[in-house]
Ligand binder design. Sequence first.
Ligand code: ING
Length: 303
Amino acid sequence: SRPLKIAAAQLGPIAREETRTEVVARCLKLMEEAHALGVELIAFPELALTTFFPRWYFEDQADIDSFFETEMPSAETQSLFDAAKKYQMGFYLGYAELVKEGDTTRHFNTTIIVDKTGEIVGKYRKVHLPGHSEYEDWRPFQHLERRYFESGDLGFQTFDAFGGKMGMCICNDRRWPETYRVLGLRDAELVMIGYNTPVHYPQAPEHDHLQDFHNELVMQAGAYQNGMWIVGVAKAGKEEGCDLIGGSCIIDPTGQIVAQAKTLEDELVFFEADLDRCDEIRKNVFNFQRYREPENYTPITEP
Ligand code: ING
């Protein structure tokens, strides 16, 4: 067996005026609580350092860029890296990444994996960007990820860390089966997924009551169909008037939810995983080598 003590660090609402320092203090509190449990890897939500700003329309790029990080670690986030080293606890963290390449500036919805020594060992940039790119006045709130971010250019990769193969994706990515299959084909054993998911889906309000069901459905299916552990981590609660689902959870390779958040606030969800349990699935029902028939799947990669 390859035991790994993991935790989802669900965050409650982050107010627009809340500073990064105040948010980091909340994250450090969860890391301290996790340390008492012997946690080795803790996962924070998508865009964990600020309020979910794509709910608003901005025209001034400076206003938009105020929500982005130009360096990681930065002065405000260094203490997370220090805590990783002090507690021997790695972390997954979501943030808005601003990249200067010569005279062009790029914007990504990004997550990193930091190991127990405080080193960044993996980076991912969100591929599936939901929502829209222009102001739509019929919506009670906007969802302008397609205005503020570029689609990720790093693909779905796995990273050797914590005694296994780690994977990442972000929020809407978790709804797309291709995400899990690519990570599974790259031997991911544990995939971390931060999310900000409004209860209200303006285009189909008749589905609002299904948000928690769909959240669990897609991650449980992904875990089972690819024989991987999944850690889903919400930014939850009523954030600037917008209700976000919670339901942060840890899912085992059979697709069972083994631990789940009970509140919509800052809450630690803990479990001791055994990475070897992926074999129960990957050596049997989803033995890709033996049972996959890729010559029948070509439409999946056709644009
Ligand atoms: N948020 C949502 C998500 O994919 C959404 C957008 C909500 C899509 C509900 C479909 C239904 O969970 C982000 N940030 O992707």
